[in-house]
Write a protein that binds this ligand. Sequence first.
Ligand SMILES: Nc1ncnc2c1ncn2[C@@H]1O[C@H](COP(=O)(O)OP(=O)(O)OP(=O)(O)O)[C@@H](O)[C@H]1O
Length: 890
Amino acid sequence: METNTTTPSSSFITTRRNPYRKARSTALYNTSRLPSQPASSSQLPEISSFPIQDILSEKIQQDSPTIAAAPPSPSPPPTHDSVLENLKVFLRIRPLAPLKASTKNAGDQNARSRTKNVWPQNPTKKNSVKEKKNTQKKSSESCITVSEDFRSVTLSPPFQLQETKRSKSEVYEGFSHVFSAESTQPEVYEKMVNPLVEDFLSGKSGMFAALGPTGSGKTHTVFGSPREPGMVPLTLKRIFKSAQGCDSQPSRRFYLSIFEICAERGKAERICDLTSDRPDLSMQQSTIKGLQEVPVHDVVEAELLIARALLKRSTAMTNSNSQSSRSQCIINIRGSTEMSDLENDDHSNSAVLSIVDLAGAEREKRTGNQGARLAESNFINNTSMVFGLCLRSLLEHQKNPKKALQKHFQNSLLTRYLRDYLEGKKRMTLILTVKSGEEDYLDASYLLRQASPYMKIKFTNIESQPNLPCNKRQIQTTSKAEQSKRMKLDNLDAAMIEKKTAGDENRLPDEGDLTTCGADLKSITPLKLNSDDLMKERTYQITQRFAKALWNVLKQHNEKLKVAESENQILRENLRNEKKKSMEMEKELKSLRSCCTCSKDNSVASTVVKVVENFESIVLSEGQKFCGIDVTKLDSDSSNHIISERSSCPRIFDSTPGEDQRNNTCSPEKVDPIPGKKQDMCSEALNQNIPSNLSGPECIDDNPETEAKVRNSEADASSPSICVSNENSQVCQIPESFPGTGNIHEDSSESNNVVAEHLDPNSHETVRLSDNESSISVQPCQQLGENNEDSLDLLVSHKDIEQTQQQDLVDDPESGVKPNTSCNSSKKEKPKRRLLPKSSILVREISIYDADENDKPKGNGGGKNLAASEKQRTQGSISLIRLLKNNLHL
Ligand SMILES: Nc1ncnc2c1ncn2[C@@H]1O[C@H](COP(=O)(O)OP(=O)(O)OP(=O)(O)O)[C@@H](O)[C@H]1O
């Protein structure tokens, strides 16, 4: 139930009890559940599901041209033995008003004997008249209605049974044909017996039997009357008529044998030959020993023989039938040729047409039999029951082969004799006879319920032994065809095996192979098959269809596999390229690491970078001091960092104006107590490499003239300067640009001692910092001239710095760094800075940094300028690193 809410403001709640469900794809061979495939693979058509149901539902048609037989031969005439047919069951309804012309014309003696045997006899004429009246009344109502197609009947219970037993109408359908009460004997013969007779004439055995309650017309149907001859006389006419008309066929002979199986004294069964005066016959298996076969040459002779035999048949009068049969009567008509008689004395290859007139089942209440009649009735009913059990067992066995075929046939002579028919090995036709009166409803209902399922019985192994030469040829042809078919299949298998063994194991069999095989099979004339062959053919066709379907599926999978393999190759190639690229990148990274990262052992470049940074920080502090920034506010970490870097770098002079700063930077406690060998190594490295680098035009000039110039400039500046000198080669002179800043010298003359002299302009006080292993000395610049020639001098004056700053600003207008106006007041007082070639970059960075620091208070622009200056500084550092790297060959 669903409630729609169309308006958003509605307060209804939408509930959907049965939400829509999305259709799900079938699980079988559904590729949608498979993991996602590449796009190219998905472009292929989906692999169809395996049509196993279609394959298994294949039904084999008899005229299916798939059976191979070579060479093609003229097709034999159509026969019925190759058809898997059901047991034909006919139904005949006796008319309600019996005809006056009775078929009981067996003679007066038999009539008298029957009259003697019938008990109880009608005591008076009066009772017989009443019975006739009642019969006429009852006959006016029929309980059986035949359908329009004469294949089914509706059995309606009488009104009394409907009320008491609540019986309902029953419909029985599936009959081969239903003969109504108005049907005639020739009609029954044409539809029921004539096919059997034709088959008999073509050399095939057959049998038809009449079943039904007593008085229903079995004997009337089988034997008939002079006015209405039954199936036997009509069959004889047909047989001898065909024998006379067919002169081309070899002479044929027909033999008649008639016997009955009856109850001896109401107890044991016995076999009586009705064509001779022989005593009782015996039966071995299905053969009756001593049974006489009377050759007949024409219809009259055959009819006389049959008439005499019927005179001997046991009949009796009962309440249901004035001439009731008390035995099972069998008439055999065997047809053979002279050749077959000469070749086979046992007549095993002769066709036999058997006609069985069974004694009708009797109800004790209705017949009123007593004594011998009652014993006969028991025998009759027992035989009918065994006959029915045999057919029912056959039906159940055919429905479920696991159920064994019961041997009910052993329970009576009749079923033993008819064993092949009751086991479905020979063709058999049944005709059920019923009476249609209301008082016969129970008998009819019982018979139809018991016998109607028989029509589902199938003949699985129909005997087709003919007695004609043409049929023998057919059998031989069938055998050859089967052999040819087997040879074809064997050749196909051999070809497949050869192809496999030829080394082409991975190749799927071509479709042409199968089509060729199919064409070969189709080109051969179809054959009529029996049930076993049909089963084999069905299995073969299923196998063939299965192979085709399997081949198609494998073909589709093979195509997808090829696509996947190609994609896999592409991916592998890409992976290889990526691996190559990654290897190259790793190499570059390693080279960069080896270049950029200073190893703990001898990474001079990183050390130099750190030196530069330390130096920048020093100059920054100086610059900040110079610009009026309180240097004491500097982060102590930076100073510590600077000091710590000393342990792994060449001697660095750190000059700070404040006392505290001095203590932080220059106190013996803060100096790395273990300068170590690394420090020396770095110094040595610098000593070894730097001079070669300094030999260029930008290097420190070793020329005495230059030194003189420097000293002259120092004299002109008349201001103290800071000189940083390595014990071997490095001397850095930093101009003292602010009051209180003295000259700092790192004197190399004092080995392992660095003396720092902080010269107060007022008191010219010299501060000496000493270390156990090294010392930094700060001395007046006049002492620089006393250093050796290999020393690296860095002489920077305030004026030089100022000039450099201005030059940089002028030279690089894009730098955006504006001159600091706050520092203009001290321009005249600042000494000029002289840049030595190698350290010019550092000095320039220092100046830029100073300019940035000066620009800071200006606002946001200052930040941008600072970033630009940082970039320049970084570039400068990097360029210095590169220079060192290239020169040091790291
Ligand atoms: N189709 C029919 N048309 C006319 N009369 C019939 C027909 N069927 C049976 N009758 C008559 O009914 C009577 C009984 O028939 P019939 O003897 O053939 O029965 P039945 O089945 O052989 O009985 P039972 O088993 O006792 O021998 C006979 O007098 C016969 O003439």
